[in-house]
Design a protein around this ligand. Sequence first.
Ligand code: CMX
Length: 441
Amino acid sequence: TKTIKEALQEVIPAKQEQLKALKKQHGQASLGEVKVEQVIGGMRGLKAMLWDASVLDPLEGIRFHGLTIPDCQKALPAAPGGKEIIAESMLWLLLTGKVPTEAEVRQLSRQLAEKGHLPSHVEKLIDSLPTSLHPMTQLGMGVAALNHDSTFAAAYEKGIKKSEYWTYALEDSLNLIAKLPALAARIYRNVYHPGRPLPSIDNNLDLVGNYANLLGYGGNHDLVEYLRLYISIHGDHEGGNASAHTAHLVSSTLADPYISYAAALYALAGPLHGLANQEVLRWQLNMRKELGDNITHEHIKEFLWKTLNSGQVVPGYGHGVLRNPDPRFIALQEFCDTRPELLADPVINLVKKASARTYEVAPAVLKEHGKTKNPYPNVDAASGCVLFHYGITQFKYYTVIFGVSRALGALTQVVWARALGLPLERPKSLSLDAIEKAIKA
Ligand code: CMX
């Protein structure tokens, strides 16, 4: 059975050749013009990054190396006794472009579990933080402190050839992914269940199986499966999203994978990006508080208008690229729909119903409001509500789970950027006067 490093080593030379030929033969070819509205409008639609592992189509949504979410659900190995995609399968696909065998995935699970414990300085750091500090701030601090043991930083300091960068970037990236469950679960324990003992990592379990155990939910098979699906499909969403792009930018300075991903986590922690899943639940619970449990479409419509008229965004709706309902939202909704026993639970039902009903009303209201280019739900519209159903009710923690997931894609690109020898990212900026001058010229 191949290791992930061996599998990667096999595919790197062809990509290096492809890049070399593209640069040599078509370096001066144009991929389109740059409009003023793109420069002043957050670079929407600007083709300016190389990112191989996933492509986001505005109408169809995400594909990972050409595979849609339903394709991945069919092709990628699940955990023993499970059905959902697991993080290791997705990581293998993202990194190598190949669908792994079951044996390859089990080997990767073991490799990650064996590296899963935290160094004591990180445990001490996390334990010293006030429990009132936002869990995302804590996660970023823990990830940054893991760079104490960066093999990339140590090797760079000693002096290594450029062609060897990727091997150290891979080692750090796998170490980081392996340690995220222990770090994220320690934060959860400290903030919400102080003093509760943390179980040790089981080398026979997959990454998310261990994460669920450490969170204290390992006995809930459905929640473990939900977390596996959630973490796999949140793994990558093209290169331009704020968190992945941040990791790419920071690592282009040859900062090691730990501090590159710590920076990415703080981009994820903004309410227009990953923090939206926390915001959705806060908004949805406020709706319930104000309108009670017998919510009608008319009530939801009024509540939506109240949000919009007070100048706030409707969290969980809209997207920088997507122009249709997010297939990740659909996959998470389907997870619920196939579990009638969950839908029958009154607590589960309340939140799910509220989000499903909002979905029935919000697109028409947002279209009438007339601002957003995409009136449909994104992944965050459903993800937090389902965690709430299963008992993870502390919604300030939700983006941490997203943060465990996004490492899969963002670190894949850090490894590939080193394998392809991509340079420092450094776009040109223009002043308002310079833009005006360029238009007149
Ligand atoms: N509710 C109300 N107004 C919205 C809106 C929403 N859900 N989505 C967009 N708009 C508004 C924008 O604020 C903007 O208004 P102004 O012209 O006054 O600035 C206008 O519609 C045009 O925006 P857009 O081009 O459609 O969207 P952007 O690419 O600029 O922004 C996003 C995308 C996601 C930030 C935005 O849709 C939003 O704020 N959504 C709510 C927050 C959210 O759910 N974020 C999570 C996204 C997924 C993720 O990253 O995890």
